[in-house]
Design a protein around this ligand. Structure first.
Ligand code: T5A
Length: 224
């Protein structure tokens, strides 16, 4: 009998310009070569056609005047479609899903930094995410002054709705992500995102190897 190794749901979190997109791509390339298995790379808000449309509205700041609860509801609406149409089907096929931001971003941006009641954030997350929780969350930790400078250097236009927030908002975000890592050490790993990209990628590979060793089994090694 052939046992098909299951993939894993891995999320990347952190402040603006921490290097999440860069490291999602790096880990995906590593896993594809190492395991010869499909790896789905996706992001939030977005990742499905309907969620990408909501992303455009959110990053343009359309919901900002309605406050953090309205924004959290829109991020949640996008997440529900993303989970239903992309993440859960991929996981059901045994594929690995690497997601650039997920529910911890709602906790940090709309909750801790935005001022939304933490109990409301928790209830929303329970309803929206249900059992589809990440096996591993890599939290890229970086001084927001450095992260915002990186984001500004890469950006081809004006700062988006969240990049444009004041520095103390971004300092609260960093503290919130660090607190999540501390509160859930089995799921989360804090990564020093101030190092060079190669060093950050190496640290992430080491964390994945230590936390999810079966994920690194090569296709074809499954025959019992
Ligand atoms: N949001 C999202 C919420 O408020 N609530 C939610 O529930 C969710 C899901 C999304 C926004 O939505 C908010 C959070 C965000 O504000 P986005 O455009 O997807 O907007 O923003 P980010 O996820 O922050 O993406 P960024 O592209 O700004 O940052 P990344 O992905 O962390 O960084 P990356 O990899 O693009 O790198 C940025 C630049 O730095 C360089 C890269 O080459 C690039 O130029 N870089 C490095 N430079 C030096 N050293 C390194 N180690 C580097 N790594 C990358």
């Amino acid at each position: 009998m052939t046992e098909i190794a299951a993939g894993a749901f891995i999320t990347f979190e952190g402040g603006e310009g921490a290097g999440k997109s860069t490291q999602v791509q790096r880990l995906a390339a590593h896993l594809r070569v190492r395991t010869n298995r499909p790896v789905v790379v996706t992001r939030e808000p977005g990742g499905s056609p309907k969620a990408e449309a909501i992303r455009d509205a959110l990053l343009a700041g359309i919901a900002k005047p309605h406050g953090p609860f309205a924004e959290a509801l829109l991020f949640s609406a996008a997440r529900i479609d993303h989970l239903d149409t992309l993440i859960r089907p991929a996981l059901a096929r045994g594929e690995t899903v690497l997601c650039d931001r997920f529910a911890d971003s709602t906790r940090a941006y709309q909750g801790a930094a935005g001022g939304l009641d933490p109990e409301l954030v928790t209830s929303l997350e329970r309803v929206v995410v249900g059992p589809t929780r990440p096996a591993l969350t890599l939290i890229l930790d970086l001084d927001p002054v450095v992260g915002l400078a990186r984001a500004a250097g890469r950006s081809d236009g004006a700062p988006d709705r969240f990049e444009a927030e004041a520095l103390d908002f971004h300092a609260r975000l960093r503290a919130a992500f660090r607190a999540i890592a501390e509160a859930e050490p089995e799921r989360c790993a804090l990564v020093d995102a101030g190092a060079a990209p190669d060093a950050v990628a190496a640290e992430i590979r080491a964390i994945v190897a230590a936390r999810l060793p079966t994920l690194l089994r090569k296709a074809g090694d499954d025959a019992a």
